[in-house]
Write a new protein. Structure first.
Length: 302
């Protein structure tokens, strides 16, 4: 069964490539997150055939590089080693043709909002994952280089996002746990259906929780009503056995009979049975008086 994260990535792979600047921003992100990105070679790997095809199209559109992904085991690999091609690509991305431990984020590639969205789509496709609607909200992007991680976080902060960062043995992890922020990022990157699935699950969960709270409240109230009724009837019946109906004033005898005859009725239901109906506070006052008389007699008899 395909995971929600893979479904989200497949949706992103179907997103339009957009303008030339956005295409460049997206393939730039993929290169920064590639297995190898240096002046000697570029090696991009993925288990997704859809992503491999998108890489091929972007390399062709942006750099004019007709690279083909080859299947190696369970992964698709794009390997570029030709010096002239590498020099052209590095120059276009704003880098000197030199050896670096890691390439810093070139902000010129992500000046526009649309380019930032494309860039974030690229890094998510290469190193991201998102939890399904049935799980706790969580979206993460792995980042092997600390400096690049800081620069990506800075970019996200500049665009109104509030990611968190945590260290891992193999690098760093940029993550979001706020459901609304995850929905917004998925939509911005080009996966509105994935965002909608999370939103619908959240609405359903909130509705289910509200219903459960309401049911629990009603159950609790019913139990309280039942317990109160049982105590009242028990006290009344014991008092009746000890002294008869005459122990109650005449104006309370109808209430005594009504309470005993309708043990399951709530206060509101019982009040409506009188002719004419009486108010709940009025009935409550009568029952308190009846309980006082009943308990006083039972204490005297006891």
């Amino acid at each position: 069964m395909i995971s929600f994260s893979k479904k989200a990535k497949n949706e992103l792979c179907r997103a339009p490539l957009g303008r030339g600047c956005c295409q460049q921003a997206e393939i730039y992100a993929m290169l920064l997150y590639a297995s190898v990105f240096s002046h000697r070679q570029i090696r991009m790997t993925t288990e997704s055939p859809a992503l491999a095809r998108r890489m091929e199209r972007l390399l062709d559109r942006v750099f004019g590089v007709a690279a083909k992904a080859a299947l190696s085991g369970s992964r698709w690999v794009i390997h570029i080693t030709e010096e002239r091609t590498l020099r052209t690509m590095m120059t276009q991305l704003g880098y000197d043709y030199k050896s670096y431990v890691t390439y810093h984020l070139n902000r010129n590639m992500v000046e526009n909002d649309c380019c930032t969205a494309a860039f974030l789509r690229g890094i998510f496709l290469m190193g991201g994952s998102v939890a399904g609607p049935d799980k706790k909200s969580h979206l993460e992007i792995k980042c092997s280089h600390q400096s690049l991680c800081r620069e990506v976080v800075s970019l996200m902060l500049d665009h109104g996002m509030e990611p968190k960062v945590t260290a891992r043995r193999n690098g760093n992890l940029i993550y979001l746990k706020n459901t609304a922020a995850i929905e917004e990022l998925l939509t911005r990157m080009g996966a509105p259906h994935a965002a909608l699935s999370i939103m619908e699950a959240k609405v359903e969960k909130n509705l289910r929780n509200r219903i459960n709270r309401q049911v629990n409240c009603e159950t609790s109230n019913l139990m309280k009503t039942t317990d109160a009724s049982a105590r009242q009837i028990a006290a009344i019946e014991q008092a009746l056995q000890a002294g008869g109906i005459e122990i109650y004033p005449e104006n309370l005898r109808e209430t005594v009979d009504m309470r005993v005859a309708n043990p399951a009725a709530s206060l509101a239901e019982l009040a409506a049975m009188f002719e004419p109906p009486i108010s709940k506070p009025g009935l409550n006052h009568r029952l308190r008086r009846i309980m006082q008389i009943s308990e006083a007699l039972l204490q005297k008899e006891g």
